[in-house]
Design a protein around this ligand. Sequence first.
Ligand SMILES: Nc1nc2c(ncn2[C@@H]2O[C@H](COP(=O)(O)OP(=O)(O)OP(=O)(O)O)[C@@H](O)[C@H]2O)c(=O)[nH]1
Ligand SMILES: [Mg+2]
Length: 468
Amino acid sequence: MGDKDTIAAISTPRGEGGIGIIRISGPEAIYIAERLFVSPKGRKLSQAPARSLSYGFVTDPENGAQVDEALVCVMRAPNTYTRQDVVEINCHGGMLAVKRTLELVVRLGARPALPGEFTKRAFINGRIDLAQAEAVLEIIRAKSAREEKAALQRLKGGLSSKINAYKEVIAGALAYLEALIDFPEEMAEADGENPQITGNLKNALTGIQGLSATYDEGRILHDGLRTVIAGRPNVGKSSLLNALLEEDRAIVAELPGTTRDTLSEFASIGGFAIRLTDTAGIRDSADPAESEGVKRSLKALDEADLVICVMDGSAPLSAQDIEVLGKASSAGKMIITAANKADLPQVWSDGDILHAAHGGKNVPVVRISAKTGLGLPALKAIMAEALSQRAGTETEGEIVITGVRHKSALDRAAASLEKAAGLIENREPAEIAALELREALDALGEITGEMTTEDVLDRIFSQFCIGK
Ligand SMILES: Nc1nc2c(ncn2[C@@H]2O[C@H](COP(=O)(O)OP(=O)(O)OP(=O)(O)O)[C@@H](O)[C@H]2O)c(=O)[nH]1
Ligand SMILES: [Mg+2]
C-alpha cells in the first residue's frame, strides 16, 4: 500500500457532535477538496493561505446539490502531520452530513483510510519514528494524567534521542572494530583506544538496562495499579466500588452474598490509573457458585498491588473481618482498612482493629460511608499516597517505557552489548565482537523503526482508530 494515493477518513468520534472533521491526505487532497467546495466569494482552495480556514459549502459537483456548510483548512506538504498535502473539512456534526461529505471525497478520487494510516504516513515520510508513533496511540488511550505525560515525553522524541545516542556509541565501537579487521597493522598502534571503547560500551549498557528497568513503572502507568476491594459479605464493597467510580456499576443489595464474581473497572485516583476490582464477600459457603466467587476473590487478593479491606463500622468486628485482613497481610500487600457505614453509630474503635489484627500492625483506618460519601476524599488521599509509593515518584522529563516490544528489544540489545564489551576487553577476535554489536544496533533499530518488518508495522498501526 503506497502513499501515492490520496486517503480520507472521518477523524472525529462517531456520533452526534458540534462538528465533524474529514481529513484528506495525499497528492490530490487539495484538488479533490477544491472540486467539492464552493465559496460564496468565489475563493479557490488551491490559492488559500496555508492553515487558514475558508468558509463555504460542500457541494456535489455533478448536480450542484449542497451537502453541508463547512470551514476548510488547507495544509501544504511538507509542513503537515503526514508530510503530504492535507485538507481538513469541518462539517456540522450531524453524522449524515459528515458521511455524505466523505462519500463525495471518495467519489472524487480518494481512498478510505485504513486504521492509523495518517500516522503511518507520518512515520514512513520521516516526520516521526516508530517509538513516537506508538506514543501517539498511547496518548489517545491514556487513562491517567501521568500515563499521558509519559507518552508525551516519548512523542516529543525523548526515548528516540536516548536510543539514538546509544546507537552512536555502538556505531563508533563498530567502526573501530572494522578498522581493526581491515587494517590490523596500522591499528596495532592505536591499541590504546581499547579501554576507552569498552568504557563507552559499558556506559551505554548501564543506560539501556536502566531504561529496560522502567518497564515495571511503565506497566503500572499503563495497566493501572491493581486495587482490590475485599471484605466479608455485606460490608459495602460493591457500594464502595460504585462510589469511587461515581456510577452504579455493581449490584448492591441488602442480602449478604450479592456479588458472585470479581468485577474490574479503570479509575483515576490522584493522577494514577488504577484497576479497581470488586470481589465476592469472603466466607465459607455451601453454595457452589458463591464458593467459586470466593476463590476468585482470593486470587484477586493475591494479585493485588493495594487492598482496601472493607469492614462494617456499625457492626461488631467478626472473626471473618480479621481473617480477610490476615489474608491480605500475609500476601505482603499495601493495605488500607475502610470502616464503612460511618453514617450509622460506630461500635468499635480504630484501636480495636489494630489490636485484633494481632501484632497491632500499623494499618491505616479510615471511616467512610459509601452511602453518603462521608470520608471518601480522605480515603482517596490515602490511596493516592499508597499508589505513589508503589508507582515510584515522578521526575520531570523522565523517560518510561511501557511496551513489551520496547522492553524485549532493549534486553536483547543489552545482552549483545554485554557480550561484545567482554570480547573486546579480552581481545577476542574483532569479527565476533562486531557481530554482537551489529545485533545490538539492530535491536535498538527495532524501537525507532528502521529495523522493523512490515507485519510488525501493520500490527502496530492497526491498533489505531480510523482517521488518526
Ligand atoms: N447505612 C449504610 N449502608 C450501607 C453503606 N454501604 C453499603 N450499605 C448497605 O449495605 C448493604 C450491602 O451493600 P453491598 O455494597 O452490596 O455490600 P457488599 O460488601 O458488596 O456485599 P456482598 O457483595 O454480598 O459481599 C446494602 O444494603 C447497602 O445499601 C453505608 O455506607 N451506610
Ligand atoms: Mg458486593
